[in-house]
Design a protein around this ligand. Structure first.
Ligand SMILES: NC(=O)c1ccc[n+]([C@@H]2O[C@H](COP(=O)([O-])OP(=O)(O)OC[C@H]3O[C@@H](n4cnc5c(N)ncnc54)[C@H](OP(=O)(O)O)[C@@H]3O)[C@@H](O)[C@H]2O)c1
Length: 228
């Protein structure tokens, strides 16, 4: 139980990669906050963690709304006393040529993937600076290299790396890294690329996150950790 009693917020953990991360970290003894917009999903994941002997609560929240982000952080502190780890995992995908992408669609991708990560760091860094902490921002292989049909998504994931590197250089007491997985077999991937085989299973991403949490010293401040 390497992460016993560490308090962790995992955004977008009602399904997909976030669900695997939440359950994996719970098995290491961490106190897990499951959050996302769909109450049924976050309630189920939280219940499964508790039924398996872990400790978890669920808090509904949209990462694009600053008041929701503040509420999730405050309720976490009320319940568990502090926040040790924040995994900014919530994200949405979009597969379209740039010239076919509506402005609204572009804005939505940037709102969730970039503004969501920005808002959590903005609100959590002052809390974490007191006792130390770890922030893992889920970028993507698409944050390292432009990919046809993924223009808006790539722009958002490159931006997550920029936010990560800037924040990492601003703080004193917090480890901040980005994790950049290749394609992962989740609902998002299957919706965007029906019939194609993903590079990774979600448990492999969760395993890497667990390693970063248990051994943050293995990784450089501000590092983009690639996983394929
Ligand atoms: N799948 C891949 O191939 C892949 C590869 C590299 C990186 N990633 C990244 O990994 C992360 C997870 O992706 P996934 O494949 O697991 O996707 P997914 O299965 O679609 O899950 C996305 C999660 O994000 C949550 N979410 C979306 N918008 C939100 C918002 N505004 N506020 C709060 N939560 C929100 C969703 O819950 P609600 O809709 O209920 O809010 C859901 O729990 C994303 O950042 C994605 O870009 C994915």
């Amino acid at each position: 139980m390497k992460l016993q009693n560490k308090s962790m917020i995992i955004t977008g953990s009602g399904r997909g990669i976030g669900e695997y991360i939440a359950k994996r970290l719970a098995r290491e003894g961490a106190n897990i906050v499951v959050t996302g917009r769909t109450t049924k999903d976050i309630e189920n994941v939280s219940k499964e963690i508790n039924d398996a002997g872990g400790r978890s609560i669920f808090i509904r929240g949209d990462v694009t709304r600053e008041e929701d982000v503040k509420k999730v952080i405050q309720k976490t502190i009320t319940e568990f006393g502090k926040v040790d780890v924040c995994v900014n995992n919530a994200g949405i995908g979009l597969k379209k040529y740039i010239w076919e992408t509506d402005v609204k669609e572009f804005e939505e991708v940037m709102e969730v993937n970039v503004k969501g990560t920005f808002l959590y760091m903005k609100q959590i860094i002052p809390e974490m600076e007191r006792n130390g902490g770890l922030i893992i921002n889920i970028s993507s292989g698409a944050g390292k290299e432009g990919i046809p049909l993924l223009g808006a998504y790539c722009a958002s994931k490159f931006a997550v790396i920029g936010l990560t590197e800037s924040a990492a250089a601003e703080v004193e007491n917090i480890k901040i890294v980005a994790l950049c997985p290749g394609s992962v077999d989740t609902g998002m991937f299957r919706r965007l690329f029906p019939g194609e085989k993903a590079d990774l299973k979600p448990y492999e991403v969760a395993e890497k996150v667990a390693d970063i949490c248990a051994n943050p010293g293995k990784y450089r401040q501000g590092q983009s950790i690639e996983l394929y």
